[in-house]
Design a protein around this ligand. Sequence first.
Ligand code: CDP
Length: 236
Amino acid sequence: MTESPQVITIDGPAASGKSTIGKLVAERLGFVYLDTGAMYRAVTLAALQRGVDTNDAMAVSDIARHVRLDLRTPTLEEADGRQYTVLLDGEDVTWEIRAPRVDRHVSAVAAHGGVREAMVAQQQRIGQQGAVVMVGRDIGTVVMPDAPLKIYLDASLEERAHRRYLEAVARGERLDYEQLLAAMRKRDAYDGSRDHSPMRAAADAIQLSSTGLSISEVVDAVLVLAAERLRRPVTG
Ligand code: CDP
């Protein structure tokens, strides 16, 4: 019998808490943490930097196949509150991929089948090595469908928009809350209705709502599930 790799998948809409929860759960378990959204964001930035129309499926897919993406633990010099460092062809784009213009274009980029193929292949290579917490939109449904623990994390739109607003303010950015809320609603609708791997909970995913819950409450809930679902490696 082949064993499914030790992978926890966390899917859900924008700012549902996937990244924060995923990172903390990975730290507690000593697992690798992979934020697949950062990969789609980096491809989006690459297309924008090259002046490519993000609706041009052929051109954007070609970029996705050829860019070099590295997500790694920040070095001491890089530590500025970031969860990880994102390198696009060797250049540090960790904060640039969070810019509003990337937010506006990323859903169109992520909807192209060619882009998804290139990203999913890389994600599956990492997932097969096991001991990974992978977060995104289609991880439980498409990327790692055999994962032993799949979470679908949600929260109300207002709470999610509020969190993103506070994050931006903490970074010293000024933005309009109503605009952010409208953009988030639009991105969720787009991600949930696209033809290729739309965002949805896997049939066997455990649905958690983080509305009104603290971060540590959600982390603890996932850790309890992990202890039940993930077989501990046999030692000795
Ligand atoms: O952090 P936030 O929830 O705002 O978004 P993200 O996880 O960084 O993802 C950005 C965008 O990438 C999403 O709106 C999706 O369009 C796309 N994405 C995807 O299609 N599949 C994934 N596995 C992850 C992200």
